[in-house]
Design a protein around this ligand. Structure first.
Ligand code: BDP
Length: 703
């Protein structure tokens, strides 16, 4: 947008509208939008089409001040939504668009110039409508459109770690949006607003309850509650799924065992699946956390994960359901490197899973750290569909207040090369099924949604939800392009706002890596709540719960040796990659200490020794946050007062906490390395004991 006289928005913005704000556009843009939406024509009739046309009318009315009429006949300049089932001769082929994709083209229909949104289904039309609105909101040209878009990944899901009592595990945006208590009778407006936001970015399913599941969610009253939500979500193209507790047959109906090979157990699950599908005919299926962090599972009966998954899979199979079986496992009695355990458990099961099972793998082998190398299971189970699990909620990345845009983290993992079938075997190709020809494909994001008015705990956290959805739809999008779209819709298409905002966002995750876990460090946060630093912690029951297990810092050096001389986790990667990672010199520096234990005077590419370089990373992280504060302050004239003030306050918190992370980490590592700080680096504000004494018994998100 050319405009130089952007006026601040007068009305208060509380973030509830997310990226679907549709504010009044300036004069040239608004008339451009009107010219391409003289009327809206939908050739068909369904709840989904009603949503699509209503959304278009609402959006266009917001941006132009005039609501386009619905019309039954094609007219010049109209927006026309049609499937091949309509009586019109469509000048656009819908082959290859699947059930959810769409085409948008500026074309002639019945002799009139129109913008045609074409799809094979009404859901495809809804997605197309949102795409058109995105263009309009971001100030893109609406002339000469010729767009085709279809998702490569089939299941694009949110995972809610929401508990039946309304709390959200690792949730930093308030209580759960599911009002289980008053469901199914009361279905508040949040539910359709939630579905609308998800549909606008292509998310097509949601797992309603925590992976640390209660059996109660499978009782009749709770099935009815889930069914009520499914009814709201259905016209938006969103299915519901449930997390299940392995021992539910014992807890709910007194079975003596939960052994997956016991016929009574299998019969129980079959009857339960039948009951669920009666209430929710398009129910998606089950998500399972088994034999992990104290959850029961088939291994308790000396059965494998495949035995367990396949038994559940056969229960949902007649209904077209699927099972998502999580690979997030590590056992207290296994002395092996925690980063190796999921691979060791699952790799031997490749080829043993039923065809409606998909194994859900976290992006990294430990646990959603600020940075982790991609999980070695990607590319290592060619016969098994694998789905990605990202964490959108920022358990380890500043929780609700830090501005740490996750787009670059998602992109880095999706673009990582597994070398499974030679160069270019990216993680994205593993999960979209193209590498091994799998049809069942998926990606999940642990939701960052709660009842906070702004849904996600901060305005900028909304960008992480947005980026997850956009990348799930199209893994080839760049984090940068997504940030730009988001900023245009969330604030304004004016480059004066967009450029600095995108710049802040794009470096923000790297800054958090710098002030929390530079150079490949991981898992150095304080216990339980995972809020703030605790690299000194060494007294927890299980070795792999302790930060000292992960950084292994001592007087000589720091880092986890995962090469042959250490745990040989490197050997779990494909040979060409394993070879690179075997040597510190050919390991990307950003993952250095993840794979190598190195002396403090190891020389980094910058010329600094490891100790000095480490300290400089901490300093850089803090400095980046200070720079974001300066940038944000300069945007005051262009951002509405409420959203400006919130972000300003949160950046102040982030700066204080970045400094705390830096100071506490340096105080601790210096107590071990006994080295002086490099020139220009300030001493921590307090001594180590001061940091160790900090306690946060009421930090949110912690069970
Ligand atoms: C960890 C969380 C824990 C989750 C677990 C999981 O700290 O709350 O239950 O992952 O993914 O990140 O199962």
């Amino acid at each position: 947008m050319a405009g130089t006289s952007l006026t601040p928005v007068a009305q208060a913005e509380d973030g509830y509208d997310l990226w679907l704000r549709y504010p009044q556009a300036d004069a040239p843009r608004s008339s451009g939008i009107s010219a391409h939406a003289t009327a809206i024509i939908a050739t068909g009739n369904s709840p989904t089409l009603t949503i699509a046309t209503r959304e278009l009318q609402h959006g266009i009315a917001g941006m132009t001040g005039a609501k386009p009429a619905l019309s039954a006949t094609v007219q010049q300049g109209a927006l026309l939504l049609a499937t091949p089932a309509s009586s019109l001769a469509l000048p656009v082929k819908t082959d290859g668009l699947g059930d959810e994709g769409y085409a948008i083209r500026s074309t002639m229909v019945d002799g009139k110039a129109v913008t045609l949104i074409a799809a094979n289904s009404d859901i495809g039309l809804l997605h197309g409508a949102y795409h058109w609105l995105r263009l309009a909101q971001s100030g893109e040209s609406l002339d000469n459109l010729d767009i085709r878009s279809a998702p490569k990944i089939g299941l694009r899901l949110l995972n809610h770690w929401d508990n039946l009592n309304g709390t959200v595990e690792r949730g930093y945006a308030g209580q759960s949006i599911w009002d289980w208590w008053r469901l199914p009778d009361w279905k508040g407006p949040r539910y359709s607003d939630y579905a609308r936001a998800n549909a606008s970015i292509g998310i097509n399913g949601t797992v309603l309850n925590n992976v640390n599941a209660k059996a109660d969610s499978l009782t009749a009253p709770y099935i009815a509650k889930a069914a009520a939500l499914a009814d709201v979500f259905r016209p938006y193209g969103i299915k519901v799924y449930l997390s299940v507790k392995w021992t539910a047959p014992m807890e709910l109906d007194g079975l003596k065992t939960a052994d997956p090979l016991d016929p009574q157990v299998a019969a129980w699950w079959k009857a339960k699946a039948d009951e669920i599908y009666k209430a929710i005919p398009d129910f998606g299926g089950f998500l399972v956390k088994a034999n992990s962090e104290g959850q029961p599972g088939p291994q308790d009966y000396n059965r494998t994960h495949a035995d367990g998954a396949n038994m559940l899979a056969s229960a949902v199979k007649p209904h077209g359901g699927i099972v998502m079986w999580r690979a997030f496992v590590y056992a207290h009695d296994n002395p092996d490197d925690r980063a190796k355990q999921a691979y060791s458990d699952f790799k031997p099961l490749d080829g043993k899973f039923a065809d409606n099972v998909i194994v859900q793998v976290k992006n990294g082998a430990i646990d959603f750290q600020p940075r982790e190398p991609f999980h070695p299971l990607f590319g290592a189970m060619p016969k098994t569909p694998l789905m990605m699990e990202f964490q959108i909620t920022k358990e380890y990345l500043g929780q609700s207040t830090h501005l740490t845009y996750l787009g670059p983290l998602f992109e880095e993992t999706l673009d990582a090369d597994t070398y499974a079938k030679g160069k270019g075997s990216t993680v994205a190709k593993v999960i979209d099924g193209s590498l091994e020809g799998h049809k069942l494909t998926g990606i999940a994001g642990v939701a960052n949604i709660g009842v906070d008015r702004d849904w996600s705990g901060s305005i900028f956290n909304q960008a992480d939800w947005y980026a997850f959805g956009r990348l799930a739809w199209d893994t080839s999008l760049s984090a940068d392009a997504i940030a730009k779209e988001w900023a245009e819709m969330t604030f304004s298409p004016d480059a004066k706002v967009v450029q600095p905002v995108v710049k802040m966002m794009m470096g923000s995750r790297e800054a958090a890596v710098d002030y929390m876990t530079p150079l490949g460090l991981a898992h150095v946060m304080d216990t339980g709540h995972h809020y703030g630093p605790g690299p000194w912690v060494s007294d927890l029951a299980r070795p792999e719960w302790n930060p000292v297990y992960y950084h292994k810092a001592d007087a000589n050096g720091i880092g986890f040796d995962r090469t042959k001389s250490g745990s040989d986790a490197v050997g779990q990667y494909a040979p060409p990659l394993a070879k690179l990672l075997a040597s510190a010199k050919t390991t990307p520096e950003r993952e250095l200490l993840w794979f190598h234990h190195l002396p403090w005077d190891y020389r980094l590419k910058s010329g600094d020794n490891l100790w000095d370089g480490l300290v400089r990373h901490y300093d850089n992280g803090v400095r980046y946050v200070a720079d974001m504060q300066t940038t944000w302050a300069s945007l005051k004239p262009y951002v509405d007062a409420d959203r400006f003030a919130e972000t300003e306050a949160f950046l102040t918190i982030q700066h204080r906490e970045a400094q705390w992370w830096r100071d506490a980490s340096i105080a601790y590592f210096q107590s071990v390395s006994k080295r002086p700080l490099p020139a220009g680096s300030a001493a921590p504000a307090h001594d180590l004991n001061w940091y160790k004494a900090l306690k946060f018994p009421y930090a949110p998100g912690h069970n």
